[in-house]
Design a protein around this ligand. Structure first.
Ligand code: MF3
Ligand code: CO
Length: 248
């Protein structure tokens, strides 16, 4: 069942979404060569505390941290640790918060120092795929109009989309129906209705789409070792078009 939110609920979700995004952006600003992903985790935990929100990921199915930090060929769910970021890396940052019973969830991928033009293009195309997907989040469209916008743009740029992980509805739970795949067929899937809130999160690989899990049972990496990028926004479907709840 897809839970549609009232206007008042959407305003609450905008508060949780904006705080998630605010902390995410601040964390991205701290990324530089030499910093460890654990230092980023500590920053996130401190900011969540200061801003009076609870971490959404820590303890979720046993996930140990507030932040996911996924470096280079890591797709998502990288666990912060002693790894030091170095010039030329990319790092996906993903975090969620709970405020007043409602979840906020957002992700972005940032460069570490100067990165190659090829990686700049990967980040740009993934961000643009998310923007095109958001533009499809309108009353009267169907869910896979969002999915196919991502798949088409990513594939025409020579990259691939991950199948094993998907976006999701969000509200009083981190993951609600519907699943929001990053691939699909235009005109398919449930009709989009006013009050639906979706976390749309393309994961884009430079090489093949296949992924595998590391021994920690969390970190998803590309099977071929190609680099991967991830961006995520929460979007409400409204009569006035897509409303990005994680926009600052
Ligand atoms: N943004 C991801 C998601 O919505 C992150 C979940 S990490 C977990 O699924 F630790 F909470 F699983
Ligand atoms: Co999410």
């Amino acid at each position: 069942m897809i839970i549609c939110k009232s206007q008042a609920e959407i305003e609450k979700m905008r508060r949780s979404g904006r705080i998630a995004r605010q902390i995410l952006v601040e964390t991205g600003e701290r990324v530089r060569p030499g910093i460890t992903t654990w230092e980023l985790e500590e920053f996130v935990a401190r900011r969540m505390n200061q801003l009076g929100v609870k971490p959404a990921f820590k303890g979720y199915r046993g996930y140990p941290c507030c932040l996911c930090a996924s470096v280079n060929e890591q797709v998502i769910h990288g666990i912060p640790g002693e790894r030091r970021l170095k010039e030329g890396d990319i790092v996906g940052l993903d975090l969620g918060v709970i405020l007043d019973g409602y979840y906020g969830d957002s992700a972005l991928t940032v460069p570490v120092g100067e990165i190659s033009p090829a990686l700049q293009r990967l980040l740009r195309v993934t961000q643009e795929a998310l923007d095109l997907a958001i533009a499809q989040a309108r009353v009267g469209n169907r869910l896979e109009d969002i999915s196919s916008a991502i798949q088409q743009y990513v594939e025409e740029n020579g990259y691939s989309v991950v199948r094993e992980f998907v976006g999701h509805g969000i509200g009083r739970s981190l993951h609600e129906e519907p699943s929001v795949p990053n691939y699909g067929r235009p005109g398919h899937g449930p009709k989009l209705k006013e009050g639906m809130v979706l976390a749309i999160e393309p994961m884009v690989n430079m090489g093949g789409a296949e992924v595998r899990l590391l021994d920690d049972q969390w970190t998803a990496v590309t099977a071929d070792g190609g680099y991967s990028a991830h961006f995520e926004h929460m979007v409400a479907i409204t009569r006035n078009g897509p409303d990005i709840l994680t926009r600052l």
